[in-house]
Design a protein around this ligand. Structure first.
Ligand SMILES: NC(=O)c1ccc[n+]([C@@H]2O[C@H](COP(=O)([O-])OP(=O)(O)OC[C@H]3O[C@@H](n4cnc5c(N)ncnc54)[C@H](O)[C@@H]3O)[C@@H](O)[C@H]2O)c1
Length: 422
């Protein structure tokens, strides 16, 4: 059987740092066919194709670039080119969507209409109605849609989930989570789009911990209030660069999430993040604490690292993404970022492999059966089993723009509304 081709739409930071290396490794292992990367500009795919880290790790690999940067104007913007790439792809291949948040809905729907299984970076969409449409379109066609929440593939998340479900922690009552990105983000392209009207620190980064608390406990969020503090970017734009969120859960538990673009550039590590959860058993309390940026390593180099936010003293994390030298050729990517992409793509390949001899209605029914099972297992985030993320983000935006007013989450039918007084 010819290995399945894959189309990666978007060639920016996350494509370079995590997704393309994971796909190259799967291809190297004979599990994937041709990889096409489609960006808006030729210059983006050119930079990706020539990226020194990728060349060093995958000297024997390449992808088909769209636009073809060897011909034509690499600065010409071609936002519709991905549609041509979708047309060229054999039906029920795999499409990875790694474009900015507000483009996900349109691109995911186009990929589904082209008959493709989809893996989309988080957040799937910004409005819960869009996630319902995506779910319906995918179900009609028997296609998998999975959202790449890689914290779910961090071994410590898996350990906590297993133990929670064994009853070792009892029931969640209180929790506090923190995710502070470095100050230098304010000087990046963030200042052009991370404005009060578009997003905020909680919706962009803090919501990872809401998904994680759900992943560990299975609880559903019930209400959200977010207090945001406005601050100015160097270009004068205003953003909610500090946010404090209170998320109430269906059992009455409360999670406090603080997020910001404020962690000192001089501090070690690319950010500070972690969570502490407090639980109640029948006759005892229980406790869980994760330091998610400090994984037990401390390095002090003889010079300061030459990168944005680079420091001389660092606390690197080997767990998210790491290139390992196993003697070549190239290097082998490893970490929960790689496992997450591999897991989702492998599930799409498995669905196709197991239903390969079938056609028509019976093929559709068998694909749906497998997708329902993936959704039920709850390891991969699907539109249906991770709708809490869209609901929390939608509620959070409403709250932060209204001075932190509490917003209730309704699950059936899914929606959000202000909690009425009294
Ligand atoms: N922790 C996480 O899970 C995590 C981390 C980083 C980014 N992300 C998500 O990944 C997505 C991309 O983020 P990024 O940091 O890589 O952004 P980026 O700006 O570096 O890259 C975005 C890419 O999308 C491309 N693009 C935009 N519109 C396109 C179109 N119509 N056709 C083809 N390509 C198009 C751009 O050309 C660019 O290459 C965002 O949704 C972001 O939230 C998730």
């Amino acid at each position: 059987m010819t290995p399945t081709p894959v189309l990666l739409i978007g060639g920016g930071m996350i494509a370079h740092d995590q997704i393309l290396p994971a796909l190259f490794q799967m291809q190297r292992e004979g599990r994937l066919g041709e990889i096409t990367v489609c960006a808006q500009h030729g210059r983006t795919v050119k930079a990706l194709a020539e990226a020194p880290t990728l060349r060093k790790a995958f000297p024997e690999r390449s992808f088909r670039p769209l636009p073809d940067y060897t011909q034509g104007d690499i600065t010409r913007r071609q936002p519709e080119l991905y549609r041509q790439a979708l047309d060229e792809l054999a039906p029920r291949s795999v499409v990875i969507v790694a474009t900015p948040d507000q483009t996900h809905y349109g691109i995911v729907m186009d990929a589904l209409r082209a008959g493709q299984h989809v893996c989309c970076v988080k957040p799937l969409v910004l409005d819960v109605r869009q996630s319902l449409e995506i779910e319906q379109e995918a179900d009609q066609r028997g296609l998998l849609v999975a959202v790449e929440y890689h914290k779910r593939f961090d071994p410590r998340s898996q350990m906590a989930r297993t133990r929670y479900r064994q009853g070792l922690f009892g029931e969640l009552k209180l929790g506090t989570a923190v995710l502070m990105e470095k100050w230098h983000y304010r000087h990046s392209n963030f200042q052009n789009w991370f404005t009060c009207e578009e997003t905020d620190s909680f919706v962009y980064i803090g919501c990872h911990y809401v998904d994680l608390v759900h992943f560990i406990t299975g609880l559903q969020p019930a209400a959200v209030s977010v207090y945001g503090i406005k601050d100015r970017f160097p270009n004068g734009n205003e953003g909610y660069l500090w946010a404090d969120a209170r998320v109430l859960w269906e059992n009455g538990a409360c999670l406090n999430v603080q997020a910001s673009l404020s962690f000192p550039d001089a501090a070690p590590g690319p950010n500070t993040q972690g969570m502490t959860l407090y639980f109640s058993g029948k006759e005892n309390g229980a406790w869980l604490q994760h330091s998610d940026q400090y994984r037990g390593m401390k390095y002090s180099f003889n010079e300061k690292l030459d990168s944005p936010g680079g420091t001389q003293y660092v606390e690197p994390s080997p767990d998210y993404f790491l290139y390992q030298d196993f003697g070549g050729p190239g290097l082998v990517p490893w970490g929960y970022g790689v496992r997450s992409v591999d897991y989702i793509v492998s599930e799409a390949l498995r669905i196709e492999h197991e239903t390969a001899g079938l056609s028509g209605e019976s093929a559709l029914a068998e694909r749906r059966k497998r997708i329902a099972e993936i959704e039920r297992r709850g390891i991969a985030a699907t539109p249906g089993n991770s709708r809490h993320n869209e609901l929390v983000c939608q509620a959070a935006r409403l709250s932060i723009l209204n001075g932190g007013r509490e917003v209730e989450i309704q699950r059936k039918p899914p929606g959000v509304k202000f909690r009425s007084a009294g």
